[in-house]
Design a protein around this ligand. Structure first.
Ligand code: R5P
Length: 310
C-alpha cells in the first residue's frame, strides 16, 4: 500500500503518513505558464494499492483537476487499485435541483472521479449521506462526531448541555453527537432568502440556561452559525460552542466568528486553515489525521471501518 498527496492539504497528508509510518510517494504536481496542471509520479507504483489524498477546497477547480489528473496518472502507471481520499468533498452542496434549470455538481464530480479511474472513495462528513449513491464504487463516509464528543467532554465541564442543529438538514448530525454526550436536541428553523444569506425563523426546543453545542458539516461565510448563536443567546442560552468538520471560512468568516457571541468554534483540518486562524482566540483546530490514517489501514487490511464509530 502506498500514499500520495495533492497540493491542497500537504500538512494533513504528512500527518496521515506519520500515523501510518508510510512515506508519501514522490511526485511532482506543477502548473504550466497557461495554468494547466501537470502531474508526474516519480517512482514505480506498478501493482500497488494507492491512496491519493486531496481535499476539493479553495481553489476548488484547481484542486479538483489536480485530483483527477493524479488518479489518471496513477491508473496509467499500473496501480493495482486507487482510493481517492477526499477529506473535504467540495461541490457537494449542489446535490439536487433546488430550482429548475440548475446543475447537480455533486453528481458531476462523482462521475468525474469514477471516470478518472478511482476504485473507492474515502471522505468525511459528506454534506448529504445520499451522495454515496451518486457513485457506483464503494464510498466510506467517516464522521468527526467521536472526535468532537471527546473534545466536549474534555473542555466543557458544564453538564447542562444541549446539541443544536443549525438547520433541519443537520438534525441527524446533532442527534448523533447528542447520543455520545447524553444531551438533548434543539433544531433551528433556518431559511435562505437568497444564496449565501440565512435567516433564523424559529428555535425548536428549550435552550434557556443551557450550554449549546451547535454541530454542522460546513462553515462557509459564517452566516448560518453566527445567526444561530445570536438566536440561541436571545432565547437565554448560557454559552454557545460550535463544532464544524469543514472550515471553508470564505470572505470575512474568520472576522465574523472573532466578533461573535460564540465562545469557541472547533473545526478540523480537512481544509488547511492553520495560518488563517492562528491568532484567533475562539477558533481551535482538531486533526482528523489519525481517523483517516486508521481508516486507510483498515481498508488496506480489509477489516471493518464502521467499527471505528461503535
Ligand atoms: C448547509 O446546508 C450547510 O450544512 C452549512 O450550514 C452551510 O453551508 C454553511 O454556510 P454559511 O457558513 O455560508 O452560512
Amino acid at each position: 500500500m502506498k500514499i500520495i498527496t495533492g497540493n491542497s492539504n500537504k500538512n494533513l497528508s504528512l500527518k496521515i503518513s506519520k500515523y501510518l509510518k508510510n512515506r508519501l510517494v514522490r511526485s511532482s504536481i506543477r502548473k504550466f505558464s497557461d495554468g494547466e496542471i501537470y502531474v508526474e509520479i516519480n517512482e514505480n507504483i506498478r501493482g500497488n494499492s494507492i491512496f491519493v489524498i486531496q481535499s476539493v477546497s479553495s481553489p476548488a477547480n484547481d484542486n479538483l483537476m489536480e485530483l483527477l489528473l493524479c488518479i489518471d496518472a496513477l491508473k496509467r502507471s499500473s496501480a493495482k487499485n486507487i482510493t481517492a481520499v477526499i477529506p473535504y468533498f467540495g461541490y457537494a452542496r449542489q446535490d439536487r435541483k433546488v430550482v429548475p434549470r440548475t446543475s447537480i455538481s455533486a453528481k458531476l464530480v462523482s462521475n468525474l472521479i469514477t471516470k478518472a479511474g478511482a476504485d473507492r472513495v474515502v471522505t468525511i462528513d459528506l454534506h448529504a449521506g445520499q451522495i454515496q449513491g451518486f457513485f457506483d464504487i464503494p464510498v466510506d463516509n467517516l464522521f468527526a462526531t467521536p472526535i468532537f464528543a471527546r473534545h466536549v467532554r474534555k473542555k466543557i465541564k458544564n453538564k447542562n448541555l444541549i446539541c443544536v442543529a443549525p438547520d433541519v438538514g443537520g438534525t441527524e448530525r446533532a442527534r448523533a453527537l447528542g447520543k455520545f454526550l447524553h444531551a438533548g436536541l434543539a433544531i433551528i428553523d433556518k431559511r435562505r432568502p437568497a444564496p449565501g444569506k440565512s435567516e433564523v425563523m424559529n428555535v425548536i426546543g428549550n435552550v434557556k440556561g443551557k450550554t449549546c453545542i451547535i454541530v454542522d458539516d460546513i462553515i462557509d461565510s459564517g452566516g448560518t452559525i453566527v445567526n444561530a448563536a445570536n438566536a440561541l443567546t436571545d432565547r437565554g442560552a448560557k454559552e454557545v460552542h460550535v463544532y464544524v468538520t469543514h472550515g471553508v471560512l470564505s470572505g470575512k468568516a474568520v472576522q465574523k466568528i472573532k466578533n461573535s457571541k460564540i465562545k469557541r468554534l472547533v473545526i478540523t483540518d480537512t481544509i488547511d486553515n492553520s495560518d488563517r486562524v492562528k491568532s484567533v482566540k475562539n477558533i481551535e483546530i482538531l486533526t482528523i489525521s489519525q481517523l483517516v490514517g486508521e481508516a486507510i489501514k483498515r481498508i488496506s487490511n480489509s477489516t471493518s471501518v464502521s467499527d471505528l464509530f461503535r
